[in-house]
Structures are given as structure tokens and as C-alpha cells.
Design a protein around this ligand. Structure first.
Ligand code: PEP
Length: 249
């Protein structure tokens, strides 16, 4: 089964509204006609701008987080309905920075995945091990556990809508990319876990991205590995020329 390559940018806490508008105008021209799928996940304050600037282009827009409650007394949070009403179609869930700095747990990741699917938003579900866990030889077990908890209650019909991003924490923003083999090996573990839970067809249809210091120089080889279906890209997604090379990888 062929899975379409997805190049997804994670802007994190970067770019003001005006910078975003200018950047997306340039990016849209630069990636016009690209054959891979393109997604940019941007800060909440840039969502309206990004949706407007990408209208009629081949770029989709996502958010970087949301709450799992529908509404209420959750100061500072954003609900799925708020995103849907704007036209947002993707959401990053469980990024390691949110797990580390904002106490995101496997349980809240699961609740967010379920809420996103209920509201027809595609979750980009992040998982990945720390350097210590890799050195302790528990990467596969750790990632399998994260995936199993995150997908608890997700139906077979819905699971293939989820995009999974394998992001070893030690490779995020460090310039230290996993080797093609290391990245592919864990993506294959994830695919095997989906197969165990949902069967071979679902496993083959689910897109699994690699993230962690993807750049213009390593994207092509990473994306050509058997179990890697694209990338979740942080730093390099903030530069038009570099992200364009990744999109075309
Ligand atoms: C990320 O933010 O998900 C990420 C992988 O960042 P970077 O590409 O900068 O390592």
C-alpha cells in the first residue's frame, strides 16, 4: 500500500502574525506543485492568518495543541470546536515539549486524540524516548506503551486517520538526527504495534513520520526508508528554502 509522504512543519513558539503572513506568501510560491503533502502547524495567534494565506494552495494548516474539554473554566486553553470553527484540520498532540514543560501525560494525550477524532481533526500524535531510555535499551517498550495508551478507545475505522510522529527526544532541536536505520527501526516497531492492535491493513495504511533535526540534507534519505512516511520538522520548517527542499524530498 502506498502512503503519501507528509512534510509537516512545527513552528513551536515562533513568528508573529506579520512574520507568518510574509513567510507563508513566500512558502506557497516556493512549494507550488509539490507532490508530497504539506502541513504547517502554527501558534494559535497565527491560525487565522495561516488559513487565509494558504487558501487555494497545497498547504494545510494545523495547531500545536488543544484542550480535551469542550468548553468551560480552563483559562488560557483552546477547544477543538474553536479550531474546527476556524477551519483547522490538523493538531499536534503530545509533543515532548508539552509533555516535559506542561505536564502532558499519556492519559491527557489519549483524551486529546479522542477529542480530535470526535471533531474530525487529524491528530499528529507524537511519541519518542529520552536519551536515557535509549541507553537503557527500552526504546521499543517505551514507545509501544505511549502508542497503546494514546490510542486507547480509538476505533479501527479511526486509527488510520491518525498520523504518528516518532520523535526521539534526544534528537529534537539538538542537531543530532537519528540514523536512517535507528529512525526506521522504531517506526517499524510502531507499525507493528498498530498491526497487533488493529490488524495489518490498518498498520499499512497509517502514516508514521520521523521528527528530530530533519533538515534539507537528511530528509530525502530518511523519507525513503520503508516505514517512514515523512517528517515532523521544527527548526528547518522556519526557513522557506530549507523547508521547500524537505517538502520535495
Ligand atoms: C519538532 O519540533 O517536532 C522537531 C522535531 O524539532 P527539530 O526539527 O527542530 O528537531
Amino acid at each position: 500500500m502506498s502512503r503519501r509522504v507528509l512534510a509537516a512543519g512545527n513552528w513551536k513558539m515562533n513568528k508573529t502574525h506579520s512574520q507568518a503572513a510574509e513567510f507563508i506568501k513566500e512558502l506557497a510560491l516556493s512549494v507550488k506543485g509539490a507532490k508530497n503533502e504539506i502541513l504547517i502547524c502554527v501558534p494559535f495567534t497565527n491560525l487565522e492568518t495561516a488559513l487565509r494565506e494558504t487558501e487555494g494552495t497545497n498547504i494545510s494548516v494545523g495547531a500545536e495543541n488543544m484542550d480535551y474539554h469542550d468548553s468551560g473554566a480552563y483559562t488560557g486553553e483552546i477547544s477543538a470546536d474553536m479550531l474546527v470553527d476556524l477551519g483547522v484540520k490538523y493538531i499536534i498532540i503530545g509533543h515532548s515539549e508539552r509533555r516535559e514543560y506542561y505536564a502532558e501525560s499519556d492519559k491527557t494525550v489519549n483524551l486529546k486524540v479522542l477529542k480530535a477524532l470526535e471533531k474530525d481533526i487529524v491528530p499528529v500524535l507524537c511519541c519518542g524516548e529520552s536519551l536515557e531510555q535509549r541507553e537503557d535499551g527500552i526504546t521499543a517498550e517505551w514507545v509501544r506503551m505511549q502508542i497503546k495508551i494514546a490510542l486507547k478507545g480509538v476505533s479501527k475505522e479511526d486509527v488510520t486517520k491518525v498520523v504518528i510522529a516518532y520523535e526521539p527526544i534526544w534528537a529534537i532541536g539538538t542537531g543530532k538526527t537519528a540514523t536512517n536505520e535507528q529512525a526506521n527501526e522504531v517506526c517499524a516497531v510502531i507499525r507493528d504495534c498498530i498491526k497487533e492492535l488493529y490488524g495489518e491493513d490498518a498498520a499499512e495504511a497509517t502514516r508514521i513520520l520521523y521528527g528530530g533535526s530533519v533538515n534539507a540534507g537528511n530528509a530525502k534519505e530518511l523519507f525513503s526508508m520503508s516505514d517512514i512516511d515523512g517528517g515532523l520538522v521544527g527548526g528547518a520548517s522556519l526557513k522557506v528554502a530549507e523547508f521547500t527542499t524537505i517538502v520535495n524530498a
